[in-house]
Design a protein around this ligand. Structure first.
Ligand SMILES: *Cc1c(COP(=O)(O)O)cnc(C)c1O
Length: 429
């Protein structure tokens, strides 16, 4: 099969054909699995999870922060270990890492932040500085957050893009100005506007990316895009800066699989330079508490190198292979319907949706999740399980959601077996 027809085939095979799916792709899947192993070499040192009595889990959920998001691949972990062996000048490391990443990701400039959330804060601080050029920058840095009243301090945002990370911007003392229509957006720009912020994976909002950028630029205002969880596809790492966003934010520890407390602020030279001025290790800054240690700076760079060496198709095939294996193991549970779903923007990887009649099976999806959590090893399934509340995944009270992309070698088989046991034994418990 050529890669094009294979892609077409993958796109069409949304509902699972359970037997013999993708036989021609198995070698590609195996190859991608080999390069993807996180545990290839056995680690040295004491196991502090065991020592502290903290339960290690199988992550069948996804890159959720509360589950420590992702596991670093071998090459990243080894780079972190080596970085720990030597002191360096932190500023030198930050500058070199930023230049390296900017070059790899085809943008003007880059900063390694302590995660997407702090990248949002630093990007906002940078925008405040640039908008208030008539005030000496040292003063502005000191005045953020509480002292910027009286300075230009307005951030325009779509009402539907107000979200869990508003606080990251509010940390700079800004005021949000909400808009809903294009006309409102056009007229929201004032002499106090510092930034137009966009939440990349927002479900609502009538104004698209191109219009968002075009109108902001017409008013000479920079645009920031929060694309924290929007890798894969790998190309998103340059798609949004190329589209014209002046600042783009990514989480380092989600799909990029770097350290969990690292992230990326990508964008225009002048803005990134201003962000650096508001960042650790400079003490009197809003970013001082967002320090990125040498190990995490290096880990972030190594994760970019690792990711750029992966094949998008190989990763997707491997993830589907795991989903197929788990679906197959529960195929004969009464009323079971399995489906693979790929979210449109964030977490754009195959998720396994298992829908069944809890009356017939004897256990609700939420109860199954609890059985898996209490067993050994402890398994966490996707938080969309048993609810319609989680955006992006079409789940409901009768649906169990398995996020397979963060599973490690062999864990798909454990999840398949334990899930089958839980469902088969439901009537007895
Ligand atoms: C996860 C996430 C963040 C925060 O990312 P961190 O790297 O944990 O700081 C911000 N915005 C969105 C949309 C996210 O999904």
């Amino acid at each position: 099969m050529s890669s094009l027809t294979r892609r077409g085939f993958l796109a069409r095979s949304n509902w699972l054909a359970l037997a013999g799916l993708l036989p021609g792709s198995l070698s590609a899947a195996a190859a991608s699995r080999r390069s993807d192993t996180a545990h290839a070499s056995s680690p040295a040192g004491e196991d502090y999870y065991d020592k502290l009595g903290v339960t290690k889990i199988i992550n069948a959920a996804g890159t959720y922060t509360y589950l420590t998001a992702s596991v670093m691949p071998d090459s990243v972990r080894q780079a972190v270990e080596r970085a720990a062996l030597h002191p360096v000048r932190l500023k030198d490391l930050q500058r070199a890492a930023g230049e390296y990443v900017a070059n790899k990701l085809h943008c003007e400039s880059a900063l390694i932040s302590a995660g997407a959330s702090s990248a949002l804060t630093l990007g906002t601080a940078a925008s405040i500085m640039l908008a208030n050029k008539d005030v000496p920058s040292e003063q502005i840095i000191l005045r953020i957050p509480s002292g910027i009243v009286g300075l230009k301090n307005e951030v325009i945002v779509q009402k539907a893009h107000r979200y869990d990370y508003d606080h990251a911007l509010l940390n700079c003392g800004i005021k949000f100005v909400e808009v809903e229509t294009l006309a409102q957006y056009e007229s929201a720009f004032t002499s106090n506007t510092v930034l137009a912020h966009f939440f990349n994976s927002a479900e609502g909002g009538s104004i698209g990316r191109e219009d968002w950028i075009r109108i902001a630029h017409k008013h000479g205002v920079p645009c920031m895009n929060d694309a924290a969880a929007d890798v894969p596809p790998i190309s998103n790492l340059w798609n949004y800066t190329r589209m014209g966003f002046d600042l783009v934010v990514f989480s380092g520890g989600k799909g990029i699989r770097g350290p969990q407390n690292a992230g990326l602020l990508l964008g225009k030279k002048e803005l990134i330079a201003a962000a650096v001025q508001n960042d650790s290790p400079i003490s009197e800054t809003v970013g001082r508490g967002m320090k990125v240690a040498k190990e995490q700076v290096v880990g972030m760079v190594a994760a970019i190198d690792w990711l750029l060496a992966q094949s998008e198709e190989g990763m997707q095939i491997e993830v589907r292979r795991r989903a197929d294996l788990i679906a197959k193991s529960v195929a004969d549970i009464p009323t079971m319907q399995s489906r693979i779903f790929v979210p449109k923007v964030a977490n754009r990887v195959p998720h396994l949706l298992l829908r069944y009649d809890p009356q017939r099976v004897g256990m609700t999806p939420v109860q199954v999740a609890e059985v898996l959590r209490r067993g050994t090893p402890s398994i966490e399934v996707n938080p969309a399980t048993g609810t319609r509340e989680r955006a992006g995944i079409p789940s409901d009270e009768n649906t169990l959601v398995i996020g397979v992309w963060m599973l490690q070698d062999g864990e798909d088989e454990i999840v398949a077996r334990r899930l089958r046991e839980a469902l088969q034994n439901a009537r007895k418990s």
